[in-house]
Design a protein around this ligand. Sequence first.
Ligand code: FDP
Length: 341
Amino acid sequence: MDHSADAHRTDLMTITRFVLNEQSKYPESRGDFSILLNHIVLGCKFVCTAVNKAGLAKLIGLAGETNVQGEEQKKLDVLSNEVFIKALVSSGRTCILVSEEDEEATFVERSRRGRYCVVFDPLDGSSNIDCGVSIGTIFGIYMVKDGHEPTIDDVLQPGKNMIAAGYCMYGSSCTLVLSTGTGVNGFTLDPSLGEFILTHPDIKIPKKGKIYSVNEGNAKNWDGPTAKYVEKCKFPTDGSPAKSLRYIGSMVADVHRTLLYGGIFLYPADKKSPNGKLRVLYEVFPMSFLMEQAGGQAFTGKQRALDLLPAKIHDRSPIFLGSYDEVEEIKALYAAEVKKA
Ligand code: FDP
């Protein structure tokens, strides 16, 4: 990439401009989605700033410490949740919010209600906060039909009914990846402007990948197809080179790398956790939506991930997502297992 040319670019495509451009393609649009997205973006910027200061916690008193004024400070995941709930409610465009942090869904009061339901994990990968590893916010958006009183069934919907999904990664840079159902675009926060700039237009995941990403510490409890797939990654029998293993243990970071470089990310079922670990509504669905929109696939071991119908808001599911060919291989291994039975 020609960075010197970039430094002189003055015509920047900000995320706001991008979304307004998209909106202008739909003359009937009332601009509600753009307003909602603006509030999500604000939440991401707020959390990004808080995450960047996390390493200074002991010095200046953040995240569970007592600060110099003697005030008790909030843990980052609790703070992030509050930031997003407030940003989403104040947008006036939401009616139901489901957060990883809250046991129950939040129903927005009638006077501040809009048509969108947002499911989100405000700070995913939070076990990585204290060591400064990349973490992120994941979100998915459903729309409630006009004139209907929102109920929990409006969010207990298959992922294929989402109208948008995305994540924001708080890493060496702050990157927001978004799909509104017509491809995937990536934006990087320019801290000097305080704006997300389109840096990764029309992301397409490579059809095949050289990287697999999994917590191999769980291998002794895996089922046959998962164990066979990972064995093939390490000891291929078709003459292809062995794959590299990369596992950060922070879903946003592992999925982001998979999206850009290709490969597969898996959090399978195992004997101890028959439904895997990751949550359907705000981890599996948004990431599966993005993968499909980028030309990849997402599979649960039994079906297309976006066809799942969650029964409860915090349901979990095994997940295999990434490059088209890699997921195709996994699907073949599970199909062979079903045939054997
Ligand atoms: P974390 O527990 O740190 O919040 O679902 C949360 C998650 O992280 C994902 O971000 C990550 O992919 C996964 O759990 C890591 O789980 P393991 O530690 O079991 O590998």
